[in-house]
Design a protein around this ligand. Sequence first.
Ligand code: NAD
Ligand code: UGA
Length: 479
Amino acid sequence: MIPSIKNICCIGAGYVGGPTMSVFADRCPNIEVNVVDVNKERISLWNSSNLNDLPIYEPGLKEIISRCKGRNLNFSTDVKKYIQLADMIFISVNTPTKKKGIGAGQASDLKWVEACARQVAEFAKGYTIVVEKSTLPVKTAEVIKKILDSTQTSPDKKFDKSFDVLSNPEFLSEGSAINDLENPDRVLIGGENENAISALSNIYKNWIPANKILHTNIWSSELAKLTANAFLAQRISSINSISALCEATGADVREVARAIGTDSRIGSKFLDSGPGFGGSCFKKDILNLVYLSKYFGLPEVASFWEGVVKLNNWHQHRISELIVKKLFGTTSGKKICIFGFAFKANTNDTRESAAIKICKDLLEEGSILFIHDPKVDPKQIEKDLGIKQSVLNGEISNVEHLSKYEGNWFFTNKIIPATYEADALCFLTEWEEYSELDWNLISQKMRKPAWVFDSRSIVSAKEVKKAGLNLWRIGDSSY
Ligand code: NAD
Ligand code: UGA
C-alpha cells in the first residue's frame, strides 16, 4: 500500500532545506511541513516577523514564507518532537569536505548525516520514509539504513519502528532556487521500495508533471547528483581555460562560446567565462568524486576530475596576478574597489567565492580594498578574509590617510563615492546594477592611469574605454 504522507520533517534549515520545504508547503497545503535545525540563530531568523531578516536571500522566497508560515510551514529547534510526528523525514544537512583523518581534503564528512540517522533511529515512531536530500557519496544510503535498522523498537518497547531510505538529490541553483524548485528539469528519486518511491512521487506530482519524475536505483541516484555537478563545473573550467588562450591569441571568449554553444550537442548554457566557479558544492562534490574513484581503484578517473578543480584554482590566482602586473607590478598602498563578493549574483552566499581568493591575494600584496556587495553582510566578509574591516573616520573621500591601511579593507554600500581616487575597479560578481554605471563620472573620480578589471563581462566595455579608462575583460585582448 502506498503510504499517505501528512507530516514531513526536514532536518537542516539551510540553503536547501529552507527554500525546498517552503515550496513543498506552498504546493501541498494538506501536508504539515516542519523544518528543524540545531542552529538556534538560524531558526530565529526564519521565524522573524520581519521577512527582510530571513537567513537566506532568494528571489521569491519571502512571498512564499509569508503565505505558508504559521499555516502548514513551521521552523523549530525541537528536532525530537518533529521527528516523532513525521511520516517522511528529509535529511538536508551540510556535507562538507573532511578536514582531517582518512580522506582529508577530498572525502565528504558525513558526521552530520550520521548524527541525523541516529536521531531518526531514536525518535521516529512506526513506519518512516527517510529521504536523503543532502548530496552524498554513492553508497551512503547503506550506512543510513544500517543505523536505522539497529533500532527496530522504541526504548520502552511500546511500538515497532521500520524505515525505508530513498535518495532524492536536489538540483536547485542558488539565486534561482524558487524557480528551480517550482519548475525543475527533473526530480530524481532512487530507491528499492516501490511504495515508498510512489509516496514521494505523489508529493511532487502536486506541481510537477509525472514525466519529469525519474526513478532509478538508489546508487544511480546518489552518483547522478555528483556527476551532474562535476559535468557543470567541468564546462566552466573548460571555458575558463579557453579564456586564457583567447587573451594570448586575440580571440574573444564570448565569440568562441557563442560559436560552440550553437552546436546543439554542446548547448549554450554554462559557457560564461568568469573568475572561476565558487559555491559550496562544485569543489566539494568533485573532490568527493575524486576520492571515490581512488577508493574504488580508478586513479585515471580520479586525476581526470581533479584537473577541473586544479584549473579553477589556477584561474583564480591568474586573475589576481594579472591585476598586480597591470598595476606596474605592485598594488601596495593602492586603492582597489571590489565589486561583488557573493559567489554569483542574486545570493548572499559567499562560500568558495572566487572573491575570497582574489581579495586575499590582493591584501597580501598590500592593496587597500573597498568591497561592495548588495547582499553580503560585511561580517561574513570578515569571516571569509580573516581580517576585521577597517572603519574610516568621516567621508569615504577622506583618502589622505589611506596609506596606513595597506593590506586592509573597508566595506562600502555606495558604488560611485567608493571609486574616489581608486587605482582600479575589479568586478567579481555579475550583479545587474554593475551593468548600468555612469562611466564618465567614475572616470573623473579615479586616480590615473586607472584600470577596470571585468571578470564577468558585466560592464559596458565601450563606455569604459570612451571614458578614458584602461580595461581588462576576461578572455579578450582587444582592449
Ligand atoms: P547549509 O550549511 O546551509 O545547511 C545545513 C543545516 O543543517 C545547517 O543550518 C546546520 O545547522 C544543520 N544541521 C547539521 N546537522 C544537524 C543535525 N544533526 N540536526 C539538525 N540540524 C543540523 O547547507 P546547504 O547549502 O543547505 O546544503 C545541504 C546539503 O544539500 C549539502 O549536502 C549540499 O551539498 C546539498 N546541496 C546544496 C545546494 C545549494 O545550493 N546550497 C544545492 C543542492 C544540494
Ligand atoms: C550548482 C548547480 O548548478 C546546481 O544544479 C546544484 O544543485 C548546486 O550547485 C549544488 O549542488 O549545490 P550553484 O552552486 O548554486 O548551483 O550555482 P551555479 O549557477 O551552478 O554557479 C556555480 C558557480 O559557477 C558560480 O560561481 C557561477 O558564477 C559560476 N558559473 C556558472 C560561471 O562562472 N559560468 C557559468 O556559465 C555558470
